[in-house]
Design a protein around this ligand. Structure first.
Ligand code: SF4
Length: 287
């Protein structure tokens, strides 16, 4: 009999839960109105299909002539995007996660206080792009770097500035932030760091690390497009053999590994729905 253990923090975080539940509620309360979501509400095709079946449109750009409610997802958006939605005549429902709002506020505070702002995260990540866009209104000295190697390209710029302030995309790995802080400490005159990794991410990553330490195999469930799920898999790979799957069906590809593992731990990203996690657990329990 195998020992299968599911992490307590697996699945939707409160920001994602709030975004999905509010979007569905808005549709049921406003059935006569069109509901639009700008960009994927969460990185999970199962949820996007579910929303589409409810008549909720996921779009990269709003039709110039349209009407209804436009939802800003948990990643946030730039002031220009808010302006554009209003101009086109849509009603806005802002579901930016409160933790993401806090990062935007810290970034603005640093820029206003004369710091050169370093945002730790991938430039193309929508949350990072929105943090940068919100800070850009108050100053131009902004560096975006996903890791310490990318930050080294800006070494001369960092050395020439008096004050460096750091914020972090909410689902980053703490190890990544530590390396960046270590590097910046050596080359900055004044350094102020806001560890803005959200508590939901910290809890999830810490719990998964502990579970991996007592497991022969870790199964990470969630979309490969989801940054926080990918980060989880990266962290766990260094502790125990780890497989990253999107659905229970993919377990079939790992039959040999599953058969020889006695203690199997399961965790899931912040955008993984509970029914997908349940299917994975049920399939593993059948082994
Ligand atoms: S991962 Fe953190 S910041 Fe992102 S939506 Fe969830 S709670 Fe909010």
């Amino acid at each position: 009999m195998k020992n299968i253990k599911l992490a307590k923090c697996a699945g939707f975080c409160y920001g994602v839960k709030r975004a999905v539940e509010t979007t569905k509620r808005l549709k049921s309360e406003n059935n006569d109105k069109q509901i639009w979501v700008l960009g994927e509400l969460i990185h999970n095709s199962h949820v996007i299909n579910e929303l589409s079946n409810l008549g909720i449109h996921t779009v990269d750009e709003l039709p110039a002539e349209g009407c209804g409610i436009c939802i800003i997802r948990s990643h946030g958006a730039s002031p220009e995007v808010f302006e554009d939605i209003k101009k086109k005549g849509y009603e806005i429902v802002d579901l930016t996660c409160p933790d993401v709002k806090k990062v935007q506020q810290k970034a603005i505070q640093l820029i206003k206080d004369g710091y050169t702002l370093v945002i730790v995260g991938k430039p193309e990540h929508p949350e990072v792009a929105a943090i940068k866009a919100n800070a850009l209104i108050y100053g131009k000295n902004i560096i975006v770097a996903p890791d310490v190697d990318s930050l080294k390209d800006y070494e001369q710029e960092v050395k020439s500035r008096k004050k460096i302030g750091v914020v972090v995309q909410t689902t980053q790995r703490i190890e990544n932030l530590k390396k960046i802080v270590d590097y910046l400490t050596g080359i900055s005159k004044e350094l102020l760091i806001f560890n803005t990794i959200c508590s939901s991410t910290s809890l999830r990553q810490n719990e998964a690390r502990n579970l991996a330490a007592e497991s022969d195999l870790m199964v990470v469930v969630g979309s490969r497009k989801s940054a926080n799920t990918t980060h989880l898999a990266e962290i766990l790979t260094g502790i125990a053999p780890t497989i990253h799957i999107e659905t229970a069906k993919e377990l079939e590809k790992h039959k040999d590994l599953l058969e020889k593992s006695q203690n199997i731990g399961i965790t899931a990203g912040a955008s993984t729905p509970q029914d997908i996690i349940d299917e994975v657990v049920a399939k593993l329990e059948k082994l």
